[in-house]
Design a protein around this ligand. Structure first.
Ligand code: SF4
Length: 325
């Protein structure tokens, strides 16, 4: 994929799975902070990496927007890193950088225009191109994909962990975050299959884990109808969770509305491929990614540090829905 994109004019191609790993580091830390502070006693922390879900919550349950994790969406995080850290490292004027995200989702087109997504001082991400559009562009350029060699993503962010890869699968964000949260709590890695229970295509997938004396109750929901049901039952205190991952699309982002479409729903087929890539990866935990460690050491200091908060996190209450303007 990097080769085709460079043939169409990109100077640098960076792996989205690296961005996902960075998001995992911040999300796992934020969850543990809020969990240990007792902030999640009445209402869980919701993931915030799906813009359709964030808009749904703001529109229907604005009183719970504060329960969203404060991380930006992964590509927005990384846009800020590119325009500050990479621009300085490579001696490029950030105003000359155009960051293009390739995403399976039109909702991300709206998200890059939010007034809160300029923490670099510039638009963090300039353009979102859907994967379906990219596929059409490759065909329009008559690029013979079969004949191309694999090209590595550009340094310094050319390594991704299996945890970053499964981010796109339903339940993958939760599994990847729990792998790192376990490490942050115990200073050791859980056996890799410890959190496999969160996988699968059930509309709601629950799992509870005891980690170092802490009981963490999780659920994964795909589809906004099921998200509404979950919130209502939580409000009525019929169910109680600590950490909830919500995706608007059935099957998670691997079933995104602008993924490549051949007339068949591919989410069920893509997820096993992502899990297979994770299984064959030498690096499976985001916190073990040397390039992520270097980024924290050289620039961000630590997950949820002041620098990270400035660049990688956002206030979901700081922008208005169209009905509020
Ligand atoms: Fe976009 Fe769907 Fe993924 Fe949400 S679940 S971020 S709407 S592709």
């Amino acid at each position: 994929m990097a080769c085709e994109i460079k043939m169409m004019g990109a100077d640098y191609v960076i792996d989205t799975d690296f961005e996902a790993g960075l998001t995992i580091m911040e999300k796992a830390h934020e969850f543990l902070q809020r969990f240990s502070n007792g902030e999640l006693k009445d209402m869980p922390m919701f993931t915030s990496c799906c813009p359709r879900w964030v808009r749904f919550l703001k529109a229907k349950y604005p009183e719970y927007v504060g329960q969203l994790s404060s991380e930006k969406f992964p590509h927005q995080m990384f846009g800020a890193i590119i325009k500050i850290y990479i621009a300085e490292k490579k001696n490029i004027d950030p105003s000359k950088l155009c960051v293009i995200s390739i995403m399976p989702c039109v909702a991300k087109k709206h998200e890059i225009e939010l007034p809160t997504m300029k923490s670099s001082g510039y638009e963090d991400v300039d353009v979102v191109l859907t994967t379906r559009k990219l596929d059409r562009m490759i065909r329009a350029e008559h690029i013979d994909v079969e004949s191309l060699q694999d090209v590595l993503h550009d340094i310094p962010f050319n390594t991704a962990s299996g945890a970053g890869v499964i981010f796109g699968a339903r339940g993958g964000v939760m599994e990847a975050a729990l792998r790192s949260a376990y490490y942050f709590l115990t200073c050791s890695n859980a056996a890799i299959e410890t959190f496999y229970e969160v996988r699968g295509m059930n509309p709601c997938k629950e799992a509870t884990y005891d980690i170092n004396g802490a009981t963490i109750s999780t659920v994964i929901v795909c589809g906004l109808g099921d998200a509404r049901t979950l919130i209502e039952t939580t409000i009525r205190k019929e169910l109680s969770y600590d950490f909830v991952d919500v995706r608007a699309c059935p099957g998670g982002c691997s079933g995104g509305g602008q993924s490549i479409w051949d007339g068949v729903e591919m989410a069920q087929l893509r997820a096993p491929s992502l899990y297979q890539l994770d299984a064959s990866a030498t690096l499976r935990y985001s916190h073990e990614n040397r390039n992520i460690q270097t980024l924290y050491h050289d620039f961000l200091e630590a997950p949820c540090s002041h620098q990270s908060e400035q660049l990688l996190h956002t206030d979901h209450n700081a922008w208005n829905m169209p009905s509020e303007k």
